[in-house]
Design a protein around this ligand. Structure first.
Ligand SMILES: NC(=O)c1ccc[n+]([C@@H]2O[C@H](COP(=O)([O-])OP(=O)(O)OC[C@H]3O[C@@H](n4cnc5c(N)ncnc54)[C@H](OP(=O)(O)O)[C@@H]3O)[C@@H](O)[C@H]2O)c1
Length: 320
């Protein structure tokens, strides 16, 4: 089978002919039609993930064919039975196990779900990891309710856009940040109440103009995180699932305890949350926003696009 392989950290990805996974009890081989990038894949190529091994096939997101049916794949392995936190054996498809950027992937048979009927195979491939992460952050952790005011930071990101779409779907008042004006404009056309550029933001005025936020979803962390704390409303909930901008260096405990804020970290989601997310997407007929589709042969260009942060939504790889 044709596969996109990371031979070693820091090298360009290469297409190689690999053996199809041998049949295994309890597992199925899905014929992949499309995969999608997550920032995780970029971090792995740079060596910024534990357990990297030579010749790993990357890819956590994928959709394809099993027994003649179109399916999507839950990238979770061994979450365990505690909904609050993953087990110590937890891992994600695409490292250490071979992932979806290949003509075939082997996953446990309970990880395969019928493709939501309203989605194309590319749209379905874009959904799993980002959709699940956004769902847990927004609903399980922050308990977002209709009518609340929510801020999605870095809306151009894959997970962020799912959080945006899900929040709009439940009738929240959704605001966004981005480092690029046209991404803010796009979000407004999709139902955002407004937005601000995090590179030159006047956070005090933004807080006043908007009335502050009940829920804030972030993946940047870094020095800017304290700005989010300042514009959170009393009783507000902030959840971060990434740390793209590094460590949070200045946090004012007085503001956090006086405003009774809850700050959550969140990773991926349980298998139950994956199912709930699919049902939610079905119920609200949500289609993932696809930024671009690349052929597997052009995957290095796709990775560069994500590295440069040029995308608005998911970058899809045409595999099959
Ligand atoms: N814990 C988990 O389970 C989990 C799951 C998925 C992702 N993640 C992590 O979450 C992060 C995003 O993942 P992704 O796949 O959605 O990546 P992505 O599609 O590449 O999105 C990254 C986004 O980060 C935003 N950003 C950059 N600098 C920012 C800043 N200073 N303030 C606010 N936003 C900023 C950008 O938004 P604009 O383009 O709008 O400027 C960019 O689009 C990565 O660090 C990833 O490793 C964690």
């Amino acid at each position: 089978m044709k596969a996109l392989v990371l031979e070693d950290v820091g090298q360009a990805l290469r297409i190689k002919e690999m053996d199809s996974p041998a049949e295994k009890e309890g597992y199925v081989n899905v014929r992949i039609k499309a995969g999608a990038l997550n920032h995780r894949d970029v971090w792995i190529t740079k060596g910024m993930y534990p357990g990297i091994r030579p010749n790993v096939i990357l890819g956590s997101d994928g959709a394809g064919i099993l027994d003649g049916r179109e399916v999507i794949i839950n990238p979770n392995h061994d979450w365990g039975d505690n909904p609050r936190v993953q087990s110590k054996d937890y891992h994600i498809l695409g490292l250490p196990t071979n992932g979806t950027f290949a003509e075939e992937v082997q996953v446990r048979s309970d990880k395969v779900f019928p493709k939501p009927r309203h989605l194309s195979i590319e749209h379905a491939a874009a959904l799993p990891l980002g959709g699940m992460t956004a769902y847990r952050a927004l609903f399980t952790k922050c308990g977002l309710r209709k009518g609340e005011r929510v801020l999605i930071s870095g809306v151009g990101g894959g997970v962020a856009l799912f959080a945006f779409q899900f929040a709009v779907a439940v009738g929240a008042e959704v605001w966004v940040t981005s480092g690029t004006e046209w991404k803010i404009e796009k979000a407004i056309k999709m139902g955002a109440a407004g937005g601000i550029n995090y590179k030159n933001a006047d956070w005090k005025s933004f807080g006043k103009e908007t009335g502050g936020f009940d829920v804030i979803i972030d993946s940047a962390g870094g020095d800017g995180f304290m700005n989010l704390v300042k514009i959170a409303n009393p009783g507000g909930r902030i959840c971060f699932y990434g740390g793209t901008r590094g460590n949070i260096t200045s946090l004012n405990p007085q503001i956090i305890f006086w405003k009774q804020l809850s700050i959550f970290g969140s990773t991926m989601g349980s298998d139950e949350e994956f199912r709930d997310m699919i049902d939610f997407v079905d119920e609200h007929q949500i289609s993932p926003i696809i930024d671009s589709v690349y052929n597997l042969e052009d995957a290095n260009d796709a990775f560069k696009r994500m590295e440069k942060g040029l995308q608005f939504g998911k970058i899809v790889l045409n595999v099959g």
